[in-house]
Design a protein around this ligand. Structure first.
Ligand code: GLV
Ligand code: MN
Ligand code: MN
Length: 411
């Protein structure tokens, strides 16, 4: 099978130029103008590859290569093309454009799938707009109820209804949930976003488990005032409470007893944001994960207890909301074996591993047997503009994906 890596690389480079930021920075927030142009490019490539397109009510895109037996559940692959602020060009994209190339390569060999092969481009894997990641796959898996999804608001107060209308989506949100037996399997190709494969000089990771993510939003209301005229005693500075909370997140993660607990205060906004004004409001979004849900939850409870203590001491009003609290996903052992076996047959070194990042696979695992194919990336960098995987590394990933899809689609 011949993977046309130079064409794929050109497509990756072209998609990276569709960005809200100045290249090489990639930013494509859900249903922004850049996201819409990115979607249009991907849909064009799918059509050119002979795939039949459909879109659901939240904008998940499905591109299907019909199998001989259309009644059999299809084998699915896919990932996302939305990108967080200040991102690179490979996160998600390798799993979308790489899947299109895998399908083109399979077609060229004359392969005729027994089961249909379906590429899914998931809506908003990244949490940037609504604070919650994997919006599309959560709805597909029925993990997020449509009523709760409809209530999601971005920081400007615009809700999902506004944005999905803007994005041209039609239909009811509750129609997004997939019926049982929609798919025989789901396999996502992705860059590792960590250093394990590169360090070990291993070409392919086969994912056995995806770590458990959670997000806590904390809103703080203090008392603002003139930075010169408000004397220090009695101040109720919302930023300072937030700063103590951010330190408590670090403390809670580092003392959880699990080396796999990671805690990040990735959003910290203050108002009014004027140098000569005491901050009266702060909003924090805290990302807390672990491979072990017990230590993750215990760490989260300690953070919540600290928020209460800090706010009481500083006389700050607060609200806390757990935006998501997800269990880890266990990948399908037989699928892991299929991918490992393909690597062995192709003489490609591979390693079974866990994913510390979350992915749409976390929720597709609720729908059907799921695994992921990881490829190495430079120093494990991700969510930054210098994220990089080489064409040769991507080619191997696409080859293994194509072989995996062919294997499952033939059963
Ligand atoms: C996905 O982008 C993650 O934050 O793990
Ligand atoms: Mn990401
Ligand atoms: Mn991703």
């Amino acid at each position: 099978m011949k993977i046309d890596q130079s064409r794929l690389q050109k497509e990756i480079d072209a998609l990276a130029l569709i960005t809200e930021a100045k290249p090489p920075v990639v930013t494509r927030v859900l249903f922004s103008e850049a996201d819409m142009r990115g979607r249009a490019l991907v849909k064009k490539l799918c059509r050119a590859a002979g795939l039949v397109l459909r879109e659901d009510a939240v904008g998940n895109i499905f591109a299907r290569w019909d199998g001989v037996d259309k009644k059999l559940p299809a084998v699915a692959t896919g990932s996302h093309i939305d990108a967080i602020p200040n991102a690179g060009k490979y996160d998600g994209v390798v799993g979308v454009l790489g899947a299109i190339e895998a399908i083109r390569a399979l077609r060229k060999t004359g392969f005729q799938p027994k089961r249909s092969i379906e590429l899914i481009i998931f809506t908003s894997e990244e949490p940037t707009r609504f604070g919650i990641g994997c919006l599309g796959s959560r709805l597909l898996g029925g993990v997020l109820l449509s009523k709760r999804a409809a209530a999601l608001k971005d920081r400007d107060g615009k809700n999902l209804e506004f944005w999905r209308t803007q994005g041209g989506c039609a239909g009811r949100l509750d129609s997004v949930k997939l019926p049982k037996n929609s798919y025989a399997a789901f396999v996502e190709l992705h860059i590792e976003q960590g250093p394990v494969l590169e360090k070990g000089k291993i070409s392919i990771g086969v994912v056995e488990k995806i770590a458990a993510p959670s997000t806590l939003r904390v809103q703080l209301v203090g008392v603002g005032g003139h930075a010169g005229a408000t004397l220090m005693p009695g101040r109720r500075d919302a930023l300072l409470a937030g700063a103590e909370i951010a330190l408590a997140v670090e403390w809670s993660a580092t003392t959880s007893g699990s080396p796999d607990t990671v805690g990040t205060t990735g959003v910290f906004r203050i108002e009014p944001g004027a140098v000569n004004s005491v901050p009266c409001r702060a909003q924090l979004e805290i990302d807390l994960r672990d491979t072990n849900v017990k230590t993750r939850d215990a760490a989260l409870r300690r953070i919540e207890a600290e928020v209460k203590k800090i706010c009481a001491r500083r006389k700050i009003e607060f609200t806390m909301e757990r935006l998501n609290l997800d269990p880890p996903a266990i990948c399908d052992a037989a699928l892991v074996q299929t991918v490992s076996g393909i690597c062995r047959a192709q003489k490609i070194p591979c390693k079974k591993m866990i994913s510390r990042a979350y992915h749409d696979s976390l929720f597709m695992a609720q729908v059907c047997p799921t695994t992921m194919i990881f490829i190495p990336c430079f120093k494990g960098y991700s969510h930054r503009p210098d994220e990089f995987s080489s064409p040769a590394q991507i080619e191997k990933g696409v080859r293994v994906l194509a072989e995996t899809l062919a294997s499952i689609a033939s059963r």
